[in-house]
Write a protein that binds this ligand. Structure first.
Ligand code: COA
Length: 261
């Protein structure tokens, strides 16, 4: 089993094939300081490189998922520092993760916190969750993918309203507009997210990664290029030992034993 990664700011552990990364900066409501971003990106990359890990859950506490960029650090940042800041690499590093990622959101997911949830592939929210892109109220705009991922997830009109007003919205609205996959009761959000992650992690791992890549291609390309890419990825899946096992197990009426080959 992969070793747990415990840093002061990110507490990461593994149970079966599910890795869990919990943000831990309670005194600043899990605001994304450079140190926290570095620790989280490191943990995600380590898990992504580990064939034993089939799904990664990112979570905060009951009270807060993440309150966004560290406003104290942001207020002091000069233009040249903003250009060179490791935050840009952070969002790229997370987006490059090939393992499916589930955000488990309880409490506030604001600014970079909302963007962190959106860079994940699925979102499970507690009924207490509050999302929002309040950057405009501070004189800036989202810089971690918020305008792009929100517009693709909820459509231009809704994204425009949320980004221009900076208003917060709850779990029920987030589910209705298509950001959240599942809303869980307030004491059950983490278990619900882990349960979903366990189900994904039980699938053949190469096919799961190919499926993630194919769905993400829908946002990147035209329909004809996307269909072409899907076909190539499908053909790759057809070349795996796991698909032979999956189909054989079905025909033999037994559970499949996937080996990630
Ligand atoms: N960056 C840095 N520090 C933050 C922070 C952030 N994004 N969000 C909260 N904190 C700090 C507060 O400054 C405060 O520090 P202090 O105890 O030294 O005064 C501490 O965390 C607690 O915050 P507080 O506002 O008192 O908690 P709350 O429970 O009343 O409200 C929030 C929680 C998340 C609603 C509120 O803190 C908030 O609106 N944060 C900013 C969200 C935001 O605009 N994010 C986008 C940034 S671009």
């Amino acid at each position: 089993m992969p070793a747990p990664i415990v840093t002061e700011l990110v507490r990461a552990s593994v149970d079966g094939r599910v890795a869990l990364c919990r943000l831990h900066r309670p005194e600043a409501r899990n605001a994304l300081s450079p140190e926290l971003m570095e620790a989280l990106a490191d943990a995600i990359e380590r898990f992504d490189a580990d064939p034993e890990v089939g799904c990664i859950v990112i979570a905060g506490s009951d009270e807060v998922f993440a309150a966004g960029a560290d406003i104290g650090a942001l207020a002091r940042r000069e233009f040249h520092e903003a250009v060179l800041h490791p935050a840009a690499a952070f969002w790229r590093r997370l987006a490059e993760c090939r393992t499916p990622m589930v955000a488990a959101v309880s409490g506030f997911a604001l600014g970079g916190g909302c963007e962190l949830a959106l860079v994940c592939d699925l979102i499970v929210a507690s009924e207490t969750a509050e999302f929002g892109q309040p950057e405009i109220t501070l004189g800036i705009i989202p810089g971690g993918g918020g305008t792009q991922r929100l517009a693709r997830a909820v459509g231009k009109q809704r994204a425009m309203e949320l980004v221009l007003t900076g208003r917060r919205f709850g779990a029920e609205e987030a589910e209705r507009i298509g950001i959240v996959n599942r809303v869980a009761k307030k004491r059950e959000w983490l278990e619900a997210a882990i349960e979903l992650a366990r189900r994904i992690a039980s699938r053949p791992p190469i096919a799961a990664r190919l499926a993630k890549q194919a769905v993400l291609a829908a946002d990147e390309t035209t329909i004809s290029a996307g269909l072409e890419q899907e076909r190539r990825l499908y053909e790759l899946a057809m070349a795996t030992e796991d698909r032979v096992e999956g189909m054989r197990a079905f025909l033999e009426k037994r559970p499949p034993e996937y080996r990630g080959r």
